[in-house]
Ligand binder design. Structure first.
Ligand code: HOZ
Length: 432
C-alpha cells in the first residue's frame, strides 16, 4: 500500500476550496495552518467516529468544537429533526419550541431567569456585552487574556482560540475607539483584577470570562479567583458575564457556574444547546433581561433566532442530559481514563508535557510548567504539538489542530477508543 496518498481527495478539495473561500475554510483554525497540515474533508460521523472524503476513519476529539456531547448521528436527535423538517424549516415567528427550551434552560441553570435565543456564541456574547452596557450605563468591559468569546469587535482583544493560534490575538479591522473600552486582565490573577477595578471600577460595565477556559487550551480557574471576580464586580456595580458557550451542559448539567458555585448576572450559551445545529443564547436575572427590546432600550434581533430545527435538536439533547444524570459521571470516568493513560505515557517517554482537564474537556500541553493563564499557555512548544498532532492524525485520531483548543469527549467514546488513543499517544511520543 505504500506510495498511495491516503488524503488525495481532501487535498484536491482543499486546493479548490482555497480558490473560493479565504484560506479554504469558514473558520480559521480549520485550515490546520498551525500544525502545518492539510485538513481532511469530513463527510459523515457516527458515534465517536468521523470519516473523511478519502474513506479514512478517525476517533473524533473535536466533536464540532463541543456540541456533540451525545456523539455523531444520534438517533434520538435525528428522529426529532426529521419530524420537525416536515413542518417547515423556519417561520420567523414565535413557536412553542422556543418557550420549551427557554423553560428548560432556566430550570437547569439557576442564575438564569429569562433567556434570549440567537444564532451563535459570538452573537450571544456581543449581545450580552451590549446589554451590560445598556443596563449599567457604562462603556468599559474587562476580559481575560487568552479567553475567547467569539469574534465581536469588543472581544477580539488578546483573544484565545484561532486568534491566539494565528498570532493575531488582537484583530485588524477593530477600531481603536472600540478596543480602548476593553481592558485585559490576567486569568487566575486576583491582583490583576483588583488593580483594574481600583483604577477604573466605576466605569466598568461588565467582566466577561470563560469559567473554564477552553480557548487557550483547558485552564481551570481557582475558586478564590472566581469568588474574587464575583465579589469585586458586585462591589463596583458591574455585571459578571459568564461565557458558558463551551462549558454549559458540558462540565455539569448546571454549567461550570454550578461546579464553581458562582452566580453570574448574565450567562452566554451556544454549542450543546443546539445539539449540533447553529445556536446561541444569553440569559440572566429578569431585572437585567427586561432591558432587552421589545421590553427595554437594548436592541437585538435576528431572522433565524429560535430556529425550530436548532431548538428541536437543543431540546432533545438537553432533555436527554437532564433525564440521564449518569452521563456526567460517565464523562468524568472517560476523561480520567484518558488523562491517566496520557500521563503514564508522558512519564514512560519522559516528555515535557502535562494534561489539564475538567470533566470531558482536556488539553495535552507541551510544557514543563503548569499552564494556568495566557502567559504560561504561550510558553508551550507549539512545534512539538504540531508533530504530535500529525502523527496522531496518521494513526486515525482527530485532535484539535491547535495547542490552544480543548479535546471534547462524548458519551459514545468507548473504553476501547480511549485505549487506542493512548496507544497512539505512546507511538507518537516514541517518534517525537
Ligand atoms: N473558534 C472555535 C473553537 N474555539 C470554533 C472553531 C471552528 O469551528 O472552526
Amino acid at each position: 500500500m505504500s506510495g498511495i496518498n491516503k488524503y488525495k481527495v481532501s487535498e484536491e478539495l482543499f486546493a479548490k476550496a482555497q480558490e473560493y473561500i479565504p484560506g479554504g475554510v469558514n473558520s480559521p483554525v480549520r485550515a490546520f495552518r498551525d500544525v502545518d497540515a492539510i485538513p481532511p474533508f469530513i463527510v459523515r460521523g457516527d458515534g465517536s467516529k468521523i470519516y473523511d472524503e478519502d474513506g479514512n476513519e478517525y476517533i473524533d476529539y473535536v466533536g464540532s468544537w463541543g456540541p456533540m456531547i451525545l456523539g455523531h448521528n444520534n438517533k434520538l436527535v435525528n428522529e426529532k429533526l426529521k419530524e420537525q423538517i416536515d413542518k417547515s424549516l423556519s417561520f420567523g415567528a414565535p413557536t412553542r419550541l422556543e418557550v420549551e427550551i427557554a423553560e428548560l434552560i432556566t430550570e437547569l441553570v439557576s442564575s438564569v431567569e429569562m433567556v434570549r435565543l440567537v444564532n451563535s456564541g459570538t452573537e450571544a456574547t456581543m449581545s450580552a456585552i451590549r446589554l451590560a452596557r445598556g443596563y449599567t450605563g457604562r462603556n468599559k468591559i474587562v476580559k481575560f487574556a487568552g479567553n475567547y468569546h467569539g469574534h465581536g469587535d469588543s472581544l477580539l482583544v488578546q483573544a484565545g482560540s484561532g486568534a491566539l493560534t494565528h498570532g493575531v490575538p488582537s484583530s485588524g479591522g477593530v477600531p481603536e475607539t472600540i478596543s480602548q473600552n476593553t481592558i485585559v486582565a490576567e486569568y487566575n490573577s486576583i491582583m490583576s483584577v483588583e488593580n483594574i477595578f481600583k483604577e477604573q471600577g466605576t466605569d466598568i460595565a461588565a467582566v466577561i470570562m470563560e469559567p473554564v477556559s477552553g480557548n487557550m487550551g483547558v485552564v481551570s480557574p481557582t475558586k478564590e479567583f472566581m469568588d474574587f471576580v464575583r465579589k469585586t464586580t458586585k462591589d463596583y456595580g458591574s455585571l459578571l458575564i459568564i461565557d458558558e458557550v463551551m462549558t454549559g451542559f458540558r462540565v455539569a448539567i448546571g454549567g461550570a457556574q454550578s461546579l464553581y458555585k458562582v452566580e453570574p448576572d448574565l450567562t452566554c450559551f451556544g454549542k450543546i444547546i443546539g445539539g449540533g445545529m447553529p445556536v446561541g443564547a444569553y440569559g440572566g436575572k429578569k431585572d437585567i433581561m427586561k432591558y432587552v427590546a421589545p421590553l427595554g432600550p437594548v436592541y437585538q434581533a435576528g431572522t433565524l433566532s429560535g430556529n425550530p430545527l436548532s431548538v428541536t435538536a437543543g431540546i432533545t439533547t438537553l432533555t436527554y442530559l437532564k433525564e440521564n444524570p449518569q452521563v456526567y459521571i460517565e464523562l468524568e470516568r472517560k476523561g480520567s481514563l484518558l488523562q491517566e493513560g496520557i500521563e503514564s505515557a508522558i512519564k514512560e517517554f519522559n516528555v515535557d508535557a502535562l494534561v489539564n482537564r475538567v470533566g470531558s474537556m482536556l488539553t495535552l500541553f507541551f510544557s514543563k510548567d503548569k499552564v494556568v493563564d495566557y502567559t504560561s499557555a504561550k510558553q508551550c512548544d507549539t512545534k512539538k504539538y504540531a508533530s504530535f498532532f500529525k502523527n496522531m492524525l496518521q494513526q486515525g485520531i482527530y485532535l484539535p489542530p491547535s495547542q490552544f483548543e480543548a479535546c471534547f469527549i462524548s458519551m459514545t467514546h468507548t473504553d476501547e477508543d480511549i485505549r487506542k488513543t493512548v496507544e497512539a499517544v505512546r507511538n507518537a511520543f516514541k517518534s517525537l
